[in-house]
Design a binder for this molecule. Structure first.
Ligand code: BEZ
Length: 327
């Protein structure tokens, strides 16, 4: 009897251990991104991870590391290549600096709005570039985007000449830097976490940013003008490490693929309302909002296209696709 009890308690203890450890195939994966917890990219990543965990009964548990906790995008790209990081939501900066074709989405006014961006990001050229991330040892899982790009300046701005000579914060993205150089401004690459202080203490005179960040990070505190320009789309690319991807059981890979596709498309679509809501909030502040269109920038935009059609041959294909979806 004594032996039987001991066996029974041993069996119960073993069962408890299995429950504590989760299903036999359960694995924690890591997804890194640079945006803070309040940003829609991070919110979407967390919601997607939760849904995937449920869908796979805990087999796929993606842990989210926001705010560049795992490093900047260059460092995350290296980790993805070695398999030290499994997934990431990345801007196209690191890609475009290796292959200029990834910069074509920053073509000024290539789309009018979020609806146009959503269509273009599902088009043939975008899909080709998504597949081609295998050249970096990655698997492309889809595109997201942040809000349309706007401009926030410390001074009062009336014409584009008021921007000439000003230090404008950008990301270190060659086509973006070139846009500002063509406006005779001084593009100043700077990571998001450094931006509030740099703007507050005059290290930069303005920034290219979205309404979401302008409101959530309170950049408007030190602004003299918010320029509603909608002049560029700002895609995000969701990728998996090629090495990690091979280790994921095939059935789970299909579920991961589906979840990324669904949540990323919802993310892109959500930016129409996100942009409108944050613009309305910003209009409630004391900072004047100047609404401009392509004409505001003068010849700089035509110059930009002339340069980048040569540097990034796929731009011409993207322009042709964009023509078919313009209002
Ligand atoms: C930025 O650096 O401006 C940025 C990066 C990610 C999401 C939104 C904005």
């Amino acid at each position: 009897m004594k032996t039987l009890l001991t066996l029974a308690s041993l069996t119960a203890a073993a069962a408890a251990l299995v429950v504590a450890a989760g299903p036999a195939d359960a694995k924690d994966y890591r997804l890194g991104l640079i945006t803070p917890p309040s940003h829609q990219w991070t919110i979407t990543a967390s919601e997607m991870a939760e849904a995937l965990k449920e869908e796979t009964n805990g087999d796929v548990n993606i842990l989210i590391f926001p705010s560049g906790q795992l490093g900047n995008e260059a460092q995350m790209l290296q980790q993805l290549q070695t398999g030290a990081l499994d997934f990431a939501f990345l801007t196209l900066g690191e890609f475009s600096n290796r292959d200029p074709n990834y910069g074509i989405f920053l073509a000024p006014y290539i789309v009018d709005d979020v609806a146009g961006a959503r269509q273009l990001l599902q088009g043939e050229t975008a899909n080709k570039l998504l597949d081609q991330v295998d050249q970096f040892g990655l698997v492309g899982l889809g595109y997201g985007m942040a809000g349309m790009r706007q401009i926030v300046m410390a001074d009062k701005i009336e014409t584009v000449d008021d921007i000439a000579g000003k230090k404008v914060r950008t990301i270190p993205f060659a086509p973006e830097l070139d846009f500002w150089k063509k406006l005779d401004a001084a593009p100043t690459p700077m990571p998001l976490p450094a931006l509030y202080d740099a703007f507050a203490n005059g290290q930069v005179d303005g920034m290219q940013i979205d309404f979401e960040g302008t409101w959530n990070s309170k950049y408007y505190d030190h602004a003299g003008t918010i320029i509603e320009s909608n002049h560029m789309m700002f895609p995000m690319i969701a990728v998996a490490s090629g090495r990690s991807w091979q280790q994921i059981p095939e059935g789970d890979r299909a579920k991961v693929d589906d979840a990324f596709a669904k949540f990323l498309d919802e993310l892109v679509a959500s930016y129409a309302d996100i942009d409108a809501d944050y613009l309305a909030k910003l209009k409630g502040t004391d900072v004047p909002v100047l609404t401009v269109d392509r004409a505001f920038f003068g010849d700089a935009i035509d110059d930009w296209y002339a340069t980048w059609r040569e540097k990034s041959p796929m731009l011409v294909d993207l322009e042709a696709e964009a023509e078919t979806i313009k209002n």
